[in-house]
Design a protein around this ligand. Structure first.
Ligand SMILES: Cc1cc2nc3c(=O)[nH]c(=O)nc-3n(C[C@H](O)[C@H](O)[C@H](O)COP(=O)(O)OP(=O)(O)OC[C@H]3O[C@@H](n4cnc5c(N)ncnc54)[C@H](O)[C@@H]3O)c2cc1C
Ligand SMILES: NC(=O)c1ccc[n+]([C@@H]2O[C@H](COP(=O)([O-])OP(=O)(O)OC[C@H]3O[C@@H](n4cnc5c(N)ncnc54)[C@H](OP(=O)(O)O)[C@@H]3O)[C@@H](O)[C@H]2O)c1
Length: 285
């Protein structure tokens, strides 16, 4: 274990496990890290205990934080999509590492047993209730924007509402395809949704900065029609009466994709007024 005084003197943030476990407040509970999985040096997943009173809808996000380091008054909390479905016993997250990021420069070092602050009120628009009924559900993600799809696509309701569920994940390098093992194989044998996933789920990864079977940005593959051909769809555009879309990831992708959908006659939805597509406006640039 890292020594708090020594690491502070050296200008290095102390290990989370060496900090005093904080008390819960009205705004957040204090959970315990259960496991950590590192995908690359910039990408990792972790899970924490779930408080009994914590309710959320698959696809929602919550604020996550660490106890303040010595010298800091307040904890730093950031929005995180919950990657587990609404009925899961533990809460799973997929995280970026931003080298100088106030939260992730420390969060990247968490270990099982460490405390994690979890806000009490999950929220968000990337939920099935914000979409009108349709035939196909497209879950479009770039980078860590895959996280809410891991929640939605592990929820049987997605397969009850839609005939087909398509997850697209666009990343720079093949190694950034986190959860590829789950989405290509494990989910097909899942006790709860394996049968539905085998019949209805398609995983469509694309890689932009090295050769891959589907190369390039998802926006480009949709615009060229390649994505529809690959998915065995005869049309080269979205159908407002049949297709429903959720967008999550880089702000630029969301903006471009939403414009493309609007040009094809699809209307943005919200919790108050369900529509043809939804997005999380506040996501990172
Ligand atoms: C609604 C919502 C949901 C989010 N869900 C997730 C999630 O599930 N997983 C996750 O890792 N992050 C998610 N984020 C981003 C997250 O809130 C933080 O920004 C991230 O954890 C980095 O925190 P930080 O304090 O280290 O750096 P920050 O100061 O928050 O970020 C510094 C810069 O790093 C870049 N950046 C931050 N996060 C990302 C990212 N995820 N992908 C690419 N570039 C990024 C941006 O350019 C940002 O300006 C979400 C944000 C919002 C608004
Ligand atoms: N992942 C890495 O290996 C890596 C390495 C060094 C630094 N970083 C830093 O880490 C942060 C996050 O990187 P990230 O790779 O997770 O996220 P990212 O930069 O958002 O890229 C994720 C994927 O989204 C694609 N994309 C970006 N803009 C798009 C748009 N307008 N339309 C469609 N697709 C779009 C990217 O394609 P393009 O490749 O075509 O942009 C990439 O394949 C960034 O700030 C970056 O500077 C990441």
């Amino acid at each position: 274990m890292q020594d708090t005084a020594a690491s502070t003197a050296a200008g290095i943030a102390p290990a989370v496990s060496s900090l005093v476990r904080p008390e819960p407040t009205a705004a957040y509970s204090v959970e315990t890290v259960l496991w950590v999985r590192r995908w690359t040096d910039r990408l990792f997943s972790f899970a924490v205990t779930r408080p009994d009173s914590f309710r959320f809808r698959s696809g929602e996000f919550v604020m996550v934080g660490l106890p303040p380091a010595p010298g800091e008054k307040k904890p730093v909390l950031r929005a995180y999509s919950i990657a587990s479905p609404h009925f899961a016993e533990e809460l799973e997250f997929l995280s970026i590492v931003v080298e100088d990021g106030p939260l992730t420069s420390r969060l990247q070092h968490i270990q099982p047993g460490d405390p994690l602050l979890l806000s009490r009120k999950p929220t968000g628009t990337l939920v099935l209730d914000a979409l009108k009924p349709g035939r196909r559900l497209f879950l479009i993600g770039t980078g860590t924007g895959l996280a809410p799809w891991l929640s939605v696509a592990r929820d049987p309701e997605a397969y009850e509402r839609f005939e087909r569920v398509i997850i697209t994940h666009t990343v720079r390098n093949v190694a950034d395809l986190a959860y590829r093992d789950l989405l290509e194989a494990e989910i097909l044998h899942d006790e709860l949704i394996g049968e539905q996933a085998r019949a209805q789920l398609t995983y469509y990864p694309t890689v932009t900065r090295e050769p891959f079977r589907h190369a390039g940005r998802i926006t480009e593959r949709v615009q060229s029609g390649a994505c529809f051909t690959d998915l065995g769809l005869e049309r080269a555009r979205f159908h407002p009466g049949e297709d429903r879309i959720m967008l999550c990831g880089s702000m630029a992708m969301i903006k471009e994709f939403a414009a493309l959908l609007e040009a094809q006659g699809l209307v943005e939805g919200s919790n108050a007024e369900p529509g043809d597509f939804v997005l999380e406006r506040a996501f990172v640039g």
